[in-house]
Design a protein around this ligand. Sequence first.
Ligand code: F0G
Length: 468
Amino acid sequence: MMDASPRSAHSIGTAVQRCIRPACGASFAIRERIYICQNCGGPLEIATPLPSANEAAALRARWRSRAGSLDPRDRSGVWRFREMLPFDDAAPIVTLAEGNTPLYDAPRCAEYSSVGALRLKHQGCNPTGSFKDTGMTTCVTQAVRLGARTVVCASTGNTSASLAAYAARAGLQCAILLPRGQITSSKLAQSMDYGAIVCEIDGNFDDCMRLIQEIADDPSIYLANSINPFRIEGQKTVAFELMEQCEWRVPDHVVVPGGNMGNCSALGKGFEEMRQMGLVDRLPKLSVIQAEGAAPLAQLFAGLKGQWKPDRAPIPEELTPVENPQTLATAIKIGSPVSWEKALRSVIRSHGQVIAVSEQEIADAKAMIGRDGIGCEPASATTVAGIRKLVAAGFIRSEESIVAILTGHLLKDPDYVSDYHRGTLSLRPDTKDRKTESRPIKGSFRNAPIQVAASKSAILEQLRRTNS
Ligand code: F0G
Protein backbone atom coordinates (compact mmCIF):
# COMPACT_ATOMS: atom_id res chain seq x y z
CA MET A 1 0.00 0.00 0.00
CA MET A 2 1.07 3.58 -0.60
CA ASP A 3 2.42 5.54 2.31
CA ALA A 4 0.40 8.65 3.04
CA SER A 5 1.93 11.83 1.65
CA PRO A 6 2.85 14.27 4.40
CA ARG A 7 1.85 17.23 2.21
CA SER A 8 -1.69 18.45 2.56
CA ALA A 9 -3.66 19.72 -0.41
CA HIS A 10 -3.63 23.03 1.47
CA SER A 11 0.15 23.44 1.37
CA ILE A 12 0.23 22.55 -2.35
CA GLY A 13 -2.49 25.13 -2.83
CA THR A 14 -0.07 27.85 -1.75
CA ALA A 15 2.42 27.08 -4.54
CA VAL A 16 2.64 29.95 -7.03
CA GLN A 17 4.30 30.82 -10.33
CA ARG A 18 6.79 33.61 -9.60
CA CYS A 19 8.91 35.90 -11.75
CA ILE A 20 12.61 35.21 -11.11
CA ARG A 21 13.71 38.81 -11.67
CA PRO A 22 14.42 40.32 -8.22
CA ALA A 23 13.17 43.76 -9.30
CA CYS A 24 9.77 42.27 -10.22
CA GLY A 25 9.02 39.08 -8.28
CA ALA A 26 5.33 39.11 -9.34
CA SER A 27 3.33 35.97 -8.40
CA PHE A 28 0.59 34.18 -10.32
CA ALA A 29 -1.79 31.37 -9.42
CA ILE A 30 -0.61 27.84 -10.11
CA ARG A 31 -3.49 27.18 -12.50
CA GLU A 32 -2.86 30.22 -14.72
CA ARG A 33 -1.89 29.09 -18.22
CA ILE A 34 1.09 31.44 -18.61
CA TYR A 35 4.73 30.91 -19.53
CA ILE A 36 6.32 34.30 -18.82
CA CYS A 37 5.73 36.98 -16.19
CA GLN A 38 2.60 38.94 -17.05
CA ASN A 39 4.11 41.99 -15.38
CA CYS A 40 7.63 42.30 -16.87
CA GLY A 41 7.97 39.45 -19.41
CA GLY A 42 10.64 37.74 -17.29
CA PRO A 43 11.02 33.99 -16.71
CA LEU A 44 8.69 32.24 -14.27
CA GLU A 45 9.50 29.56 -11.75
CA ILE A 46 7.32 27.57 -9.41
CA ALA A 47 7.67 28.53 -5.76
CA THR A 48 6.46 25.54 -3.73
CA PRO A 49 6.34 25.52 0.07
CA LEU A 50 9.11 23.04 0.86
CA PRO A 51 8.89 20.41 3.61
CA SER A 52 10.55 21.67 6.79
CA ALA A 53 14.20 20.92 7.58
CA ASN A 54 13.31 18.53 10.41
CA GLU A 55 11.55 16.29 7.88
CA ALA A 56 14.76 15.82 5.87
CA ALA A 57 15.85 12.47 7.34
CA ALA A 58 12.33 10.99 7.13
CA LEU A 59 12.01 12.16 3.53
CA ARG A 60 15.26 10.53 2.46
CA ALA A 61 14.07 7.24 3.94
CA ARG A 62 10.61 7.52 2.38
CA TRP A 63 11.99 8.31 -1.09
CA ARG A 64 14.33 5.35 -0.89
CA SER A 65 11.64 2.93 0.27
CA ARG A 66 9.35 3.95 -2.59
CA ALA A 67 11.89 2.57 -5.08
CA GLY A 68 10.68 -0.90 -4.09
CA SER A 69 6.95 -0.13 -4.35
CA LEU A 70 4.72 -1.12 -7.27
CA ASP A 71 2.57 2.02 -7.18
CA PRO A 72 2.97 3.72 -10.60
CA ARG A 73 3.88 7.00 -8.88
CA ASP A 74 6.69 5.26 -7.01
CA ARG A 75 7.97 3.48 -10.14
CA SER A 76 8.64 6.95 -11.54
CA GLY A 77 11.94 8.57 -10.56
CA VAL A 78 10.11 11.90 -10.71
CA TRP A 79 6.90 11.27 -8.76
CA ARG A 80 8.84 9.33 -6.12
CA PHE A 81 9.90 12.80 -4.95
CA ARG A 82 6.37 14.22 -5.03
CA GLU A 83 6.66 16.13 -1.75
CA MET A 84 8.79 18.58 -3.74
CA LEU A 85 6.32 18.98 -6.63
CA PRO A 86 3.42 21.43 -7.02
CA PHE A 87 0.75 18.75 -7.40
CA ASP A 88 -1.62 17.23 -4.85
CA ASP A 89 -2.72 13.60 -4.58
CA ALA A 90 -5.64 14.19 -6.96
CA ALA A 91 -3.34 15.19 -9.86
CA PRO A 92 -4.03 13.16 -13.06
CA ILE A 93 -0.47 11.86 -13.34
CA VAL A 94 0.79 10.98 -16.84
CA THR A 95 3.85 8.78 -16.47
CA LEU A 96 5.99 6.35 -18.47
CA ALA A 97 8.08 5.27 -15.45
CA GLU A 98 10.69 7.92 -16.23
CA GLY A 99 13.81 8.67 -14.20
CA ASN A 100 15.66 6.19 -11.97
CA THR A 101 18.56 6.37 -14.41
CA PRO A 102 22.01 4.88 -13.72
CA LEU A 103 25.08 6.63 -12.37
CA TYR A 104 28.14 4.99 -13.91
CA ASP A 105 31.85 5.10 -13.09
CA ALA A 106 33.77 6.05 -16.20
CA PRO A 107 37.46 5.21 -15.65
CA ARG A 108 38.58 5.78 -19.26
CA CYS A 109 36.87 9.15 -19.39
CA ALA A 110 38.51 10.00 -16.05
CA GLU A 111 41.93 9.19 -17.43
CA TYR A 112 41.18 11.09 -20.64
CA SER A 113 40.20 14.12 -18.54
CA SER A 114 43.20 13.75 -16.17
CA VAL A 115 41.06 13.28 -13.05
CA GLY A 116 41.03 10.51 -10.47
CA ALA A 117 37.39 9.55 -10.99
CA LEU A 118 34.44 10.63 -13.08
CA ARG A 119 30.82 9.55 -12.88
CA LEU A 120 28.25 9.80 -15.67
CA LYS A 121 24.53 10.05 -14.93
CA HIS A 122 22.86 8.64 -18.01
CA GLN A 123 19.60 10.43 -18.66
CA GLY A 124 19.54 8.77 -22.07
CA CYS A 125 18.17 5.71 -20.23
CA ASN A 126 14.75 7.34 -19.98
CA PRO A 127 11.70 5.89 -21.82
CA THR A 128 12.16 7.99 -24.98
CA GLY A 129 15.95 8.05 -24.72
CA SER A 130 16.57 11.52 -23.34
CA PHE A 131 16.37 13.60 -20.15
CA LYS A 132 13.28 15.40 -21.48
CA ASP A 133 10.98 12.70 -20.08
CA THR A 134 11.59 13.77 -16.49
CA GLY A 135 10.12 17.19 -17.27
CA MET A 136 7.49 16.03 -19.72
CA THR A 137 5.68 13.90 -17.13
CA THR A 138 4.98 16.96 -14.95
CA CYS A 139 4.30 19.25 -17.91
CA VAL A 140 1.74 16.97 -19.55
CA THR A 141 0.16 16.27 -16.16
CA GLN A 142 -0.30 20.04 -15.78
CA ALA A 143 -1.75 20.22 -19.33
CA VAL A 144 -4.36 17.61 -18.35
CA ARG A 145 -5.05 19.39 -15.05
CA LEU A 146 -5.70 22.62 -16.99
CA GLY A 147 -8.00 20.88 -19.48
CA ALA A 148 -5.80 21.63 -22.53
CA ARG A 149 -6.71 19.70 -25.69
CA THR A 150 -3.50 20.25 -27.65
CA VAL A 151 0.12 20.31 -26.53
CA VAL A 152 2.83 21.86 -28.68
CA CYS A 153 6.59 22.43 -28.73
CA ALA A 154 9.48 23.55 -30.90
CA SER A 155 12.34 21.13 -30.83
CA THR A 156 15.74 19.97 -32.00
CA GLY A 157 14.25 16.46 -31.76
CA ASN A 158 14.26 15.17 -28.20
CA THR A 159 11.65 17.43 -26.65
CA SER A 160 9.33 16.57 -29.53
CA ALA A 161 9.89 12.81 -29.21
CA SER A 162 9.20 13.03 -25.50
CA LEU A 163 6.15 15.27 -25.79
CA ALA A 164 4.70 13.07 -28.53
CA ALA A 165 4.97 10.02 -26.27
CA TYR A 166 3.46 11.65 -23.18
CA ALA A 167 0.68 13.27 -25.22
CA ALA A 168 -0.16 9.85 -26.65
CA ARG A 169 -0.35 8.43 -23.12
CA ALA A 170 -2.68 11.26 -22.10
CA GLY A 171 -4.82 11.11 -25.25
CA LEU A 172 -3.98 14.71 -26.16
CA GLN A 173 -3.40 16.10 -29.63
CA CYS A 174 0.29 16.91 -30.11
CA ALA A 175 1.85 19.26 -32.66
CA ILE A 176 5.57 19.83 -32.98
CA LEU A 177 7.61 22.38 -34.93
CA LEU A 178 10.96 21.20 -36.20
CA PRO A 179 13.66 22.88 -38.29
CA ARG A 180 13.51 20.99 -41.59
CA GLY A 181 16.53 18.80 -42.33
CA GLN A 182 18.16 19.48 -38.96
CA ILE A 183 16.69 16.67 -36.86
CA THR A 184 18.20 13.19 -36.74
CA SER A 185 16.11 10.52 -38.40
CA SER A 186 15.79 8.53 -35.14
CA LYS A 187 14.23 11.46 -33.30
CA LEU A 188 11.91 12.25 -36.18
CA ALA A 189 10.86 8.60 -36.37
CA GLN A 190 9.91 8.62 -32.69
CA SER A 191 7.57 11.59 -33.07
CA MET A 192 5.90 10.04 -36.11
CA ASP A 193 5.45 6.74 -34.32
CA TYR A 194 3.85 8.37 -31.27
CA GLY A 195 1.27 10.02 -33.54
CA ALA A 196 2.28 13.68 -33.33
CA ILE A 197 1.47 16.21 -36.05
CA VAL A 198 4.99 16.89 -37.30
CA CYS A 199 5.42 20.34 -38.88
CA GLU A 200 8.77 20.90 -40.58
CA ILE A 201 9.65 24.57 -40.85
CA ASP A 202 12.04 26.31 -43.22
CA GLY A 203 14.26 27.88 -40.61
CA ASN A 204 16.29 26.94 -37.57
CA PHE A 205 15.28 25.98 -34.02
CA ASP A 206 15.20 29.61 -32.88
CA ASP A 207 12.66 30.42 -35.64
CA CYS A 208 10.53 27.45 -34.49
CA MET A 209 10.73 28.65 -30.88
CA ARG A 210 9.56 32.16 -31.80
CA LEU A 211 6.64 30.77 -33.83
CA ILE A 212 5.50 28.29 -31.20
CA GLN A 213 5.23 31.00 -28.57
CA GLU A 214 2.85 32.90 -30.87
CA ILE A 215 0.76 29.76 -31.43
CA ALA A 216 0.56 29.06 -27.70
CA ASP A 217 -1.48 32.25 -27.20
CA ASP A 218 -4.54 30.19 -28.13
CA PRO A 219 -6.29 29.10 -24.89
CA SER A 220 -6.86 25.48 -25.97
CA ILE A 221 -3.12 25.01 -26.56
CA TYR A 222 -0.46 24.24 -23.97
CA LEU A 223 3.23 24.96 -24.60
CA ALA A 224 5.63 22.23 -23.46
CA ASN A 225 9.05 23.80 -24.05
CA SER A 226 11.28 24.35 -21.02
CA ILE A 227 10.18 27.99 -20.83
CA ASN A 228 7.18 26.32 -19.13
CA PRO A 229 8.06 26.15 -15.40
CA PHE A 230 6.23 22.82 -14.96
CA ARG A 231 8.88 21.18 -17.17
CA ILE A 232 11.57 22.44 -14.82
CA GLU A 233 9.73 21.00 -11.80
CA GLY A 234 10.04 17.45 -13.15
CA GLN A 235 13.61 17.91 -14.34
CA LYS A 236 14.75 19.23 -10.97
CA THR A 237 14.09 15.80 -9.43
CA VAL A 238 17.20 14.53 -11.26
CA ALA A 239 19.20 16.45 -8.65
CA PHE A 240 17.36 14.61 -5.84
CA GLU A 241 17.89 11.24 -7.47
CA LEU A 242 21.57 12.00 -8.07
CA MET A 243 22.09 12.94 -4.43
CA GLU A 244 20.43 9.72 -3.34
CA GLN A 245 22.84 7.81 -5.61
CA CYS A 246 25.76 9.77 -4.12
CA GLU A 247 24.53 8.82 -0.62
CA TRP A 248 23.88 12.51 -0.01
CA ARG A 249 27.54 13.47 -0.39
CA VAL A 250 27.50 16.52 -2.64
CA PRO A 251 29.87 16.21 -5.64
CA ASP A 252 32.26 19.13 -6.12
CA HIS A 253 31.18 19.56 -9.75
CA VAL A 254 28.10 18.77 -11.82
CA VAL A 255 28.56 19.41 -15.55
CA VAL A 256 25.76 19.65 -18.14
CA PRO A 257 25.46 20.42 -21.86
CA GLY A 258 23.75 23.72 -22.66
CA GLY A 259 21.18 24.26 -25.41
CA ASN A 260 17.91 25.98 -24.55
CA MET A 261 19.16 25.97 -20.90
CA GLY A 262 16.26 24.20 -19.19
CA ASN A 263 18.41 21.38 -17.85
CA CYS A 264 20.91 23.61 -16.07
CA SER A 265 18.05 25.73 -14.67
CA ALA A 266 16.29 22.64 -13.35
CA LEU A 267 19.33 21.06 -11.71
CA GLY A 268 20.20 24.42 -10.15
CA LYS A 269 16.68 24.70 -8.72
CA GLY A 270 16.78 21.12 -7.40
CA PHE A 271 20.09 21.62 -5.61
CA GLU A 272 19.04 24.99 -4.21
CA GLU A 273 15.81 23.53 -2.79
CA MET A 274 17.73 20.67 -1.17
CA ARG A 275 20.10 23.19 0.39
CA GLN A 276 17.22 25.28 1.73
CA MET A 277 15.70 22.18 3.31
CA GLY A 278 18.96 20.96 4.81
CA LEU A 279 19.03 17.82 2.64
CA VAL A 280 22.49 18.94 1.52
CA ASP A 281 24.85 21.43 3.14
CA ARG A 282 26.32 23.03 0.02
CA LEU A 283 25.82 23.34 -3.73
CA PRO A 284 27.94 21.53 -6.31
CA LYS A 285 29.58 23.90 -8.80
CA LEU A 286 27.23 23.69 -11.76
CA SER A 287 28.97 24.21 -15.11
CA VAL A 288 27.45 24.40 -18.58
CA ILE A 289 29.22 23.34 -21.77
CA GLN A 290 28.14 24.57 -25.20
CA ALA A 291 29.27 23.69 -28.70
CA GLU A 292 31.59 26.42 -30.07
CA GLY A 293 29.31 27.24 -33.02
CA ALA A 294 26.23 27.65 -30.79
CA ALA A 295 27.59 29.23 -27.62
CA PRO A 296 25.77 32.48 -26.81
CA LEU A 297 25.86 31.92 -23.04
CA ALA A 298 29.55 31.00 -23.04
CA GLN A 299 30.22 34.23 -24.93
CA LEU A 300 28.23 36.26 -22.42
CA PHE A 301 29.93 34.50 -19.51
CA ALA A 302 33.39 35.15 -20.94
CA GLY A 303 32.46 38.83 -21.17
CA LEU A 304 31.65 38.97 -17.44
CA LYS A 305 35.37 38.36 -16.78
CA GLY A 306 34.98 37.05 -13.27
CA GLN A 307 32.70 39.89 -12.12
CA TRP A 308 29.95 37.38 -11.53
CA LYS A 309 29.87 37.22 -7.77
CA PRO A 310 26.19 37.82 -6.95
CA ASP A 311 26.97 40.61 -4.46
CA ARG A 312 29.18 42.43 -6.98
CA ALA A 313 27.23 42.34 -10.22
CA PRO A 314 23.63 41.60 -11.14
CA ILE A 315 22.79 39.12 -13.87
CA PRO A 316 23.00 40.91 -17.22
CA GLU A 317 19.65 41.72 -18.80
CA GLU A 318 20.42 40.73 -22.34
CA LEU A 319 22.05 37.93 -24.21
CA THR A 320 23.32 38.45 -27.74
CA PRO A 321 21.95 35.55 -29.81
CA VAL A 322 24.13 33.61 -32.25
CA GLU A 323 22.41 34.31 -35.58
CA ASN A 324 23.24 31.16 -37.51
CA PRO A 325 24.26 28.49 -34.97
CA GLN A 326 26.31 25.56 -36.29
CA THR A 327 27.19 22.24 -34.71
CA LEU A 328 26.94 18.54 -35.47
CA ALA A 329 25.52 18.15 -31.97
CA THR A 330 22.11 19.01 -33.44
CA ALA A 331 20.32 18.71 -30.07
CA ILE A 332 22.05 21.91 -28.91
CA LYS A 333 22.13 23.80 -32.20
CA ILE A 334 20.49 26.81 -30.59
CA GLY A 335 21.46 30.47 -30.88
CA SER A 336 18.89 32.11 -28.63
CA PRO A 337 18.21 29.95 -25.55
CA VAL A 338 14.93 30.82 -23.81
CA SER A 339 16.04 29.90 -20.28
CA TRP A 340 19.46 31.56 -20.25
CA GLU A 341 18.63 33.89 -17.34
CA LYS A 342 17.59 31.04 -15.06
CA ALA A 343 20.59 28.94 -16.09
CA LEU A 344 23.06 31.76 -15.57
CA ARG A 345 21.59 32.43 -12.14
CA SER A 346 22.20 28.77 -11.20
CA VAL A 347 25.76 28.86 -12.52
CA ILE A 348 26.51 32.10 -10.67
CA ARG A 349 24.99 30.96 -7.37
CA SER A 350 27.01 27.76 -7.42
CA HIS A 351 30.26 29.37 -8.68
CA GLY A 352 30.30 27.26 -11.83
CA GLN A 353 31.47 28.08 -15.35
CA VAL A 354 30.06 28.33 -18.86
CA ILE A 355 32.49 27.37 -21.63
CA ALA A 356 32.46 26.18 -25.23
CA VAL A 357 34.16 23.16 -26.82
CA SER A 358 35.03 22.44 -30.46
CA GLU A 359 33.46 19.87 -32.78
CA GLN A 360 36.65 17.82 -32.62
CA GLU A 361 36.65 17.88 -28.81
CA ILE A 362 33.00 16.76 -28.71
CA ALA A 363 33.59 13.91 -31.17
CA ASP A 364 36.66 12.57 -29.36
CA ALA A 365 34.98 12.83 -25.94
CA LYS A 366 32.01 10.93 -27.30
CA ALA A 367 34.24 8.12 -28.54
CA MET A 368 35.92 8.01 -25.12
CA ILE A 369 32.53 7.70 -23.38
CA GLY A 370 31.85 4.83 -25.79
CA ARG A 371 35.07 3.13 -24.69
CA ASP A 372 33.65 3.07 -21.18
CA GLY A 373 30.76 1.03 -22.58
CA ILE A 374 28.33 3.94 -22.38
CA GLY A 375 26.51 5.23 -25.45
CA CYS A 376 25.39 8.85 -25.66
CA GLU A 377 24.50 11.32 -28.37
CA PRO A 378 26.96 14.06 -29.40
CA ALA A 379 25.41 16.87 -27.29
CA SER A 380 25.94 14.80 -24.14
CA ALA A 381 29.64 14.43 -24.89
CA THR A 382 30.21 18.18 -24.52
CA THR A 383 30.34 17.40 -20.78
CA VAL A 384 33.43 15.17 -20.89
CA ALA A 385 35.08 17.49 -23.43
CA GLY A 386 34.29 20.41 -21.11
CA ILE A 387 35.59 18.65 -18.00
CA ARG A 388 38.88 17.94 -19.77
CA LYS A 389 39.18 21.62 -20.62
CA LEU A 390 38.19 22.81 -17.15
CA VAL A 391 40.82 20.49 -15.63
CA ALA A 392 43.47 21.87 -17.99
CA ALA A 393 42.41 25.40 -17.00
CA GLY A 394 42.77 24.55 -13.29
CA PHE A 395 39.06 25.08 -12.48
CA ILE A 396 38.48 21.37 -11.73
CA ARG A 397 41.16 19.66 -9.63
CA SER A 398 42.01 16.02 -10.28
CA GLU A 399 41.04 14.85 -6.79
CA GLU A 400 37.60 16.51 -6.83
CA SER A 401 34.35 14.55 -7.28
CA ILE A 402 32.71 15.16 -10.64
CA VAL A 403 29.42 14.10 -12.20
CA ALA A 404 28.61 14.69 -15.87
CA ILE A 405 24.99 14.50 -17.00
CA LEU A 406 24.58 12.57 -20.25
CA THR A 407 21.36 13.80 -21.79
CA GLY A 408 20.58 11.50 -24.72
CA HIS A 409 21.16 7.94 -25.91
CA LEU A 410 23.66 6.89 -28.60
CA LEU A 411 20.84 5.54 -30.80
CA LYS A 412 19.43 9.05 -31.13
CA ASP A 413 22.15 9.75 -33.71
CA PRO A 414 23.81 6.58 -35.03
CA ASP A 415 24.91 8.24 -38.31
CA TYR A 416 27.23 10.56 -36.39
CA VAL A 417 28.86 7.59 -34.65
CA SER A 418 29.27 5.63 -37.83
CA ASP A 419 30.75 8.61 -39.72
CA TYR A 420 33.22 9.31 -36.90
CA HIS A 421 34.49 5.75 -36.79
CA ARG A 422 34.70 5.48 -40.58
CA GLY A 423 36.55 8.80 -40.75
CA THR A 424 33.88 10.55 -42.83
CA LEU A 425 32.44 12.94 -40.23
CA SER A 426 32.44 16.61 -41.24
CA LEU A 427 30.59 19.79 -40.40
CA ARG A 428 28.89 21.31 -43.41
CA PRO A 429 27.66 24.70 -42.25
CA ASP A 430 24.11 25.30 -43.51
CA THR A 431 24.43 28.45 -45.49
CA LYS A 432 23.25 29.49 -48.93
CA ASP A 433 26.84 30.32 -49.82
CA ARG A 434 28.04 27.37 -51.95
CA LYS A 435 31.66 28.34 -51.32
CA THR A 436 31.47 27.47 -47.63
CA GLU A 437 33.65 24.42 -47.21
CA SER A 438 32.84 21.49 -45.01
CA ARG A 439 35.18 21.02 -42.07
CA PRO A 440 36.34 17.42 -41.52
CA ILE A 441 36.46 15.94 -38.02
CA LYS A 442 39.36 13.57 -37.36
CA GLY A 443 38.45 10.09 -36.14
CA SER A 444 41.14 10.23 -33.44
CA PHE A 445 39.80 7.10 -31.75
CA ARG A 446 38.22 5.57 -34.81
CA ASN A 447 37.12 1.99 -34.88
CA ALA A 448 35.91 1.21 -38.39
CA PRO A 449 34.63 -2.22 -39.46
CA ILE A 450 37.20 -4.34 -41.29
CA GLN A 451 36.65 -6.63 -44.26
CA VAL A 452 37.66 -10.17 -43.34
CA ALA A 453 37.52 -13.32 -45.47
CA ALA A 454 34.79 -15.78 -44.44
CA SER A 455 37.15 -18.33 -42.88
CA LYS A 456 38.17 -19.31 -39.35
CA SER A 457 41.87 -18.78 -40.04
CA ALA A 458 41.37 -15.32 -41.51
CA ILE A 459 39.31 -14.22 -38.53
CA LEU A 460 41.80 -15.63 -36.00
CA GLU A 461 44.66 -14.00 -37.88
CA GLN A 462 42.80 -10.68 -37.71
CA LEU A 463 42.32 -11.03 -33.93
CA ARG A 464 46.05 -11.79 -33.50
CA ARG A 465 47.01 -8.74 -35.56
CA THR A 466 44.66 -6.45 -33.62
CA ASN A 467 46.02 -7.76 -30.32
CA SER A 468 49.67 -7.12 -31.14
N1 F0G B 1 21.29 17.31 -24.74
C1 F0G B 1 20.30 16.82 -25.50
C2 F0G B 1 20.41 15.41 -25.97
C3 F0G B 1 19.21 17.64 -25.84
O1 F0G B 1 18.23 17.15 -26.59
C4 F0G B 1 19.18 18.98 -25.40
C5 F0G B 1 18.08 19.86 -25.74
C6 F0G B 1 20.23 19.41 -24.59
C7 F0G B 1 21.27 18.56 -24.28
C8 F0G B 1 20.26 20.78 -24.02
O2 F0G B 1 19.40 20.89 -22.94
O3 F0G B 1 17.99 22.71 -23.79
O4 F0G B 1 17.88 22.00 -21.43
O5 F0G B 1 19.89 23.18 -22.29
N2 F0G B 1 17.21 19.61 -26.60
C9 F0G B 1 16.02 20.43 -26.86
C10 F0G B 1 15.07 19.70 -27.76
C11 F0G B 1 16.30 21.81 -27.23
O6 F0G B 1 14.26 20.35 -28.44
O7 F0G B 1 15.08 18.48 -27.78
P1 F0G B 1 18.73 22.27 -22.57
